[in-house]
Write a protein that binds this ligand. Structure first.
Ligand SMILES: NC(=O)c1ccc[n+]([C@@H]2O[C@H](COP(=O)([O-])OP(=O)(O)OC[C@H]3O[C@@H](n4cnc5c(N)ncnc54)[C@H](O)[C@@H]3O)[C@@H](O)[C@H]2O)c1
Ligand SMILES: [Zn+2]
Ligand SMILES: [Zn+2]
Length: 338
């Protein structure tokens, strides 16, 4: 079978790989779609910490079950599936407390261990999501959308609350869509006008704010002088994450969905006077995947326009550099296997 290996920084190679052996408790999945995200881009460019090469990337996956044994979940050969790529240990303190998304021994397919850029992959049956009601494209974007769904669930956002989402990339867009699903008033903030326009059209956000156009004043105006009660930062930008403290209402919450490698410093009085709750949000759980599956299945999320770029497995190597260029306006690139 064919597999795409990231041999070293900036070097992909389509090679012949051995097919995975069938293991009880696992299923062999024929991969059909691989979504590409920032993590893959960073791995390719060599700025992903703790990354080792060679590595088979790919963690936003959908496909069809090729082989499976008896299983309690009722999966059968030929079922369309989405893959939960976060392999957790099941024994650590986080796992025991149901927080498998932040397992201390976390191994993410395509990040810490080889992922889905290959024709066949073996996946624990527990990490398959039945996606028979969805298209292959829809099944493959459950993972990136679940990151946003998890952050929103974690924030306990309530209907009618003012939520601010800073950063309108594929992750922030998911946060916006699920914040709207919860019935919140959603304000999107970014430094790019085109991205803000996309938020309005795609996520149906209520308002947009340009970061460089007096955001303080605009936020006060939009929230009757109170500021948003929940602020999500999905920029991956340290300056934005620091500034975000100032945009939280008294008694409100700040959720870091985006992440940076370094330290974030904040002004304690700004934090304390608000009695602010600061949260990290990492990955997602099976519960989030199932929720996203339901919402996508209901037709409430336009997956078609979220996927902006496509390529075959063969074309991917040449297209990758293009997808890294912000001028290509990529939201989600999708690799298709026949
Ligand atoms: N929580 C998780 O488990 C998880 C999973 C995947 C990705 N992430 C992280 O989420 C973040 C976003 O990912 P993405 O793929 O959407 O990234 P992206 O780079 O495509 O999007 C980031 C957006 O933020 C905007 N932005 C940057 N600096 C800004 C600033 N100062 N003010 C306002 N907007 C600003 C950019 O214009 C862009 O639209 C990254 O840090 C990524 O590592 C987190
Ligand atoms: Zn991803
Ligand atoms: Zn664990």
């Amino acid at each position: 079978m064919r597999g795409m290996i990231c041999r070293e920084v900036e070097q992909f190679e389509l090679i012949e790989l051995e097919e995975p052996a069938f293991v009880p408790g696992e299923a062999i999945v024929r991969i059909k779609r691989i979504g590409i995200c920032g993590t893959d881009m960073h791995a390719y460019k060599g700025n992903q910490p703790f990354f080792s090469y060679p590595r088979i990337l790919g963690h936003e996956l959908s496909g069809v079950i090729e082989r499976i044994g008896d299983n309690e979940e009722g999966f059968r050969q030929g079922d369309r599936v989405s893959v939960l790529p976060y392999l957790h240990c099941g024994a650590c303190v986080a796992c025991r407390n149901g927080k498998t998304n932040c397992c201390t021994q976390m191994r993410v397919l395509g990040v810490h261990i080889d992922g889905g850029m290959r024709e066949l992959i073996s996946v624990p049956v527990t990490h398959l999501i039945n996606a028979n009601g969805l298209s292959l494209d829809e099944a493959a974007v459950i993972e990136p959308l679940s990151i946003g769904a998890h952050a929103v669930r974690r924030s306990e956002l309530r209907p009618g609350e003012n939520a601010l989402v800073i950063g309108a990339g594929p992750i922030g867009l998911g946060v916006m869509a699920f914040a709207k699903q919860r019935g919140a008033q959603v304000i999107a903030m970014d430094i790019h006008d085109e991205r803000l326009a996309f938020c309005q059209q795609w996520a149906k956000v209520d308002h947009t704010v340009h970061t460089r156009k007096d955001p303080d004043l605009q936020l006060l105006r939009l929230t009757e002088g109170e500021y948003p009660t929940v602020v999500f930062d999905a920029t991956g930008n340290a300056a934005s994450m620091t500034d975000a403290f100032r945009y939280v209402a008294h008694g409100g919450k700040l959720v870091y969905v985006g992440l940076v490698k370094g330290e974030i410093a904040f002004d304690d009085p700004e934090f304390h006077k608000r009695e602010m709750t600061l949260m990290g949000s990492r990955n997602a759980t099976k519960e989030d995947f199932l929720h996203v599956l339901e919402v996508v299945g209901s037709g409430a999320i336009d997956v078609g326009s979220y996927i902006t770029h496509r390529s075959s497995f063969e074309e991917m190597i040449d297209r990758f550099d293009d997808w890294l260029d912000p001028r290509s306006n990529v939201i989600k690139a999708m690799v298709e296997l026949s």
